[in-house]
Design a protein. Sequence first.
Length: 294
Amino acid sequence: SNNNYYDSLYNYDWSDSNIKSVHHHICDWENVARKKAHFPMSYQVLSQIVLYMIENLNLAPSTLHDYVLAIEAMHNHRRVSTAGLQDKRIWDLVQGYYEIKGVGTSEIMDWSTLRQFRRELIADTTLCYEDEKAVWTAVLFSYWGRIRLGDFLPSDDHHSLDKRLAWKDIDRRSKDRLTVDLHIPSQEDRDAGISSAVKRLHRRSLPKYCPIYNLDRLYEIKNRRTHIRQSEPVFKLESGRFIRLPLIRQLFQRFEENRRASGSKTDRTHRISPLLTANPELLTEAEIRSAARH
């Protein structure tokens, strides 16, 4: 079946180049450090492996990022704790490597924000599973494609409806169907006589953070409920309404309120949610001015 086909692509096996490569680097670290990287790996072991890769391999920052995700996939396959990988200091190392190389992880949000958003979205009870999957896929498109949410989600303005991304705007670019091009319409392109900008997205090692995997799951869910036409917008709610920026903004605000209500520590110098400040297109002009004063 189609489900089995996609599941097989994401099963843990040695055809996954990231997992195969990172396993090789872990073995190299074991030989150098004269230690064994037992599963589940502790933060101490993980940090040493990440530092080893930073210091000894000339990796692109995005490759280091994918290697850490591959280690997480290896933990998930063994059904062991990923507590070491949840330690923020691991991702601080990855972020620091991006900065050393002079490359931004994303102009839209950082990795810790993405993970926080996913946790809050799963815990939210106001969205059905299909709507949750649609919102999460949109956020993944934004993160991995370095695309502003406002570039492919309409606002309340009726004139922004031409920003809707349709299924026909997504092109498969590889035989394994795990690389896609998104044809993102933008006002600047239209003014220049160009139909759309192209953003390329690739498979990621961990399915839950992979934009392609989640896109395919979203398609399967929607197609089971009603036959999808290629001209239809990708990011629609089950009710038929479009996913718009105000909805994403409401989710970010509610998640921040829940975080505060649960007693999570908040930096008092910031009056605006870290989730929102990571996504400036969701802020009002008044909030931007407020943030500038603090």
